[in-house]
Design a protein around this ligand. Sequence first.
Ligand code: UD1
Length: 419
Amino acid sequence: MEKIVVKGGNKLSGEVNVSSAKNSVLPIIAASILCADKCTLENAPMLEDVFVICDVLKSISCNISIDKQSNRIVIDTSDVTCSEASSDLVKKMRASFLIMGPMIARFGKFKISLPGGCNIGTRPIDLHLKGFTALGAEVNVGHGFVEAKANRLIGNKIYLDFPSVGATENIMMAAVTAEGETIIENAAAEPEIEDLAVFLNKMGAKITGAGTDTIRIIGVKKLKGTTHKPIYDRIEAGTFMVAAAISKSKIRINGANEEHLKPVIAKLTEMGVIMEIAEDSIIVDGSKNLKPIDIKTMPYPGFPTDMQAQMMSLLCCIQGTSVITETIFENRFMHAQELKRMGANIKIDGRTAVIEGVERLTGAEVKATDLRAGAALILAGLVAEGTTEIGDIYHIDRGYVSIEEKFKRLGAEIYRIKI
Ligand code: UD1
């Protein structure tokens, strides 16, 4: 087991390079199943979640080579079989369920373990299944498994009750080779969905409207292999933006995309953070006195739930009262308990957190309760008095490439220890 140790108080300076988006890469790797050729991902983030989805594909006989030096992943699905994917892997990571759509599209049937809930909420898959059913699949759930069968998937109009990211992606992938036209309404509009559509279109799919709430897909007969460089990770970029604000520092974040970060930029600007925005980077200056704010998480282009924990750490250090409302996941305030161990003043009432800024956080032993909670604790540790020791950091490694190395290069005193 490992811990991350942070000694608070250092100012940050210099620049940091953001990695590619985990949430783009996971569906894109799953989408490679749709053709029998090789697909190559350039500048892929070398992360635990990415290795897990690769293992899921390997468990159904895909050949995958991961070159950690060049950050290249080559996926060869020519030998993929319609066998059951490893249940352990599917339970380990919910995004494994993203292979369901491509597998039904390629084989006309597939059986996979139910992904189950996770720390931050129950996370059902009803919308994914509603989509597969609308495309003509017969879907059965029982004994902990989902099984879908379809002689031929047929395009249809599908209205999502909620713009679920995973359901939109799974349905898109199932529909690309379906007969006729599929329209997904109230679709999720996240940049990662647009990136998946770019990848699928390079494979020969005919998708328009990805990145808006209405996606149109004209089914094609066959897809071919392609090469793709995913978009940069807006949540990693946002995490470093908050790092500059919380430590009252000025840093350049390379790979930060203004368009994708609009809600984060808007909220930090409202607080008084100064930004210089260039085409492929943002300089963030948090040296001014900052004001408290209210935040409500929403589907894109609203404020991302994946930035909520990091913002909470920041608001804990700003004099005055801030309010965060979490509308996406029902149990995503677990980091509040850990921040309180560091001296934060937070009151939780259902989906609302009321935060009274304190003069100073104090270092403590804390636990990363999920991926973004872990990032939030590192941010709090950067400014806390004394030393913060963060346990359960496997959550952090799921979604951040070399996070302590990146912070160290910016001037933080941070290291990883074995326990
Ligand atoms: C994706 C992201 C995750 C992010 C989340 C919301 C990936 C790999 N993960 O997760 O980092 O926090 O979007 O931006 O891209 N829901 C249903 N029924 C369904 C599906 C979802 O009720 O069939 C609900 C969920 O319980 C949740 C909400 O919809 O409350 C959002 O979930 P969804 O957008 O599907 O998130 P994920 O795709 O799991």
